[in-house]
Design a protein around this ligand. Sequence first.
Ligand SMILES: C[S@@+](CC[C@H](N)C(=O)[O-])C[C@H]1O[C@@H](n2cnc3c(N)ncnc32)[C@H](O)[C@@H]1O
Length: 426
Amino acid sequence: MTPQAPATRDDLIRRRDAVAAEHGPWVGHNIHLGQGVYTIGDRVVGAENTAKHLLDLVGAIARKPLDRLRILDLGCSEGLYAIEFGLHGAEVVGVEGRAAPLARARFAQEALGLDRVRFEQGDAREATADRFGRFDVILNCGLLYHLDAPDVLRVFENMAGMCDDLAIVETHYAQTVTERFEYKGEEYFGISRREHEDGADPTTREKREWASLDNAYSFWMSKPSLVNALARSGFAAVTECLYPAILSYGDRETFIARMGEPRALRAVPLPGIFEDRFLPAIDSRRPLSSWVGQDHVDNPATTPQYFDTTSRDLDVMRRRLDTVDRRFDAVDDRLAAVEGGVRALDGRVAAIERRLDEAVPELARLSHETARVAAYSESLQGSVNDWLKGIWTALNASTVELGRAREEIERIRAQQRRPWFLRRPR
Ligand SMILES: C[S@@+](CC[C@H](N)C(=O)[O-])C[C@H]1O[C@@H](n2cnc3c(N)ncnc32)[C@H](O)[C@@H]1O
């Protein structure tokens, strides 16, 4: 195909701006169209980092040189990755569900005269070998986290069904999980994310270019579920790409899924090896809590069985749990002591109650006796007063009598002290 390169730079800019006016401006993929003209501008926008990452990754690990690769770019948007691989000589099919980014991608492809790159409008969920043929490399970048369950699984199966070598899945994943779903008897864990409002009409959904096509929710799988899903879909090996590096969001990575034939183990020719590499059936699984503090963590939500780990973190956690255990033991001992004290107090209270039971009738008897004594004392009081008064009167009379007697004695003594001749005769 003859490149439809514009005759002049101004012509290129005019045509670019006409596409932008009709289909909207470029929003994410900044492509150099030639002659210093970019789709967005001569600055780094962001997706270039991913383009470089993918180029170096595929260039380093694909089984064929770039210019002999057939590549599928699912959810290609404005076509940067497809165009990049096309510029390196690969044959590329870009599939995009929305018309506007597709028009912009087609414009760039034409402007660059890439006759081995083509962009198709279609639903990535329906992309199969029947429609697009087979590929050495399938890119699923920035797409997976816009798909809902179980479409994520179906897309992986379709990818494995048309892949001869590599699938590159660059995606967000769930770091905490709240939901699980089953697909073909296997379970997957993750979280749901809102893509569109429930009532959003097709026009509104179409305009939200970097969202799902139509599904209101997407399902982000946990990393282990994502790996299991790729492996169960038919990929023989799944790895994470640490380098070539990409700017990380913290919950987003590039997974490399590779097709391959299963090989027989020759050094240990026993049946059953690796058959149980995935999670055991759900009803035979131990609850997460029973694993805490143990060497092997088999949290179905975060760690498939074959990711068993012995980590320093677990050792630290185990030591902390031991400390907490010891504290609980100490609290238990204190509680037991307090319980003993309460039991002893119970006994003393019962004894006091018994004494009170005995004391109450005794007190009643004493109070009755006291009333009787009080009445008796009152009756006695009158007669004792009379008696005392009699004694007092008698005493008074006796005193008077004694006074008289004393006077008489004095008179007699005085008489006896006079000489006899002065004494009066008696
Ligand atoms: C976040 S953008 C990512 C674009 C590009 N792959 C990248 O990594 O920069 C997601 C793209 O996938 C497209 N898309 C979402 N769901 C799709 C589907 N089911 N089929 C085809 N395209 C879809 C969107 O229209 C959008 O262009």
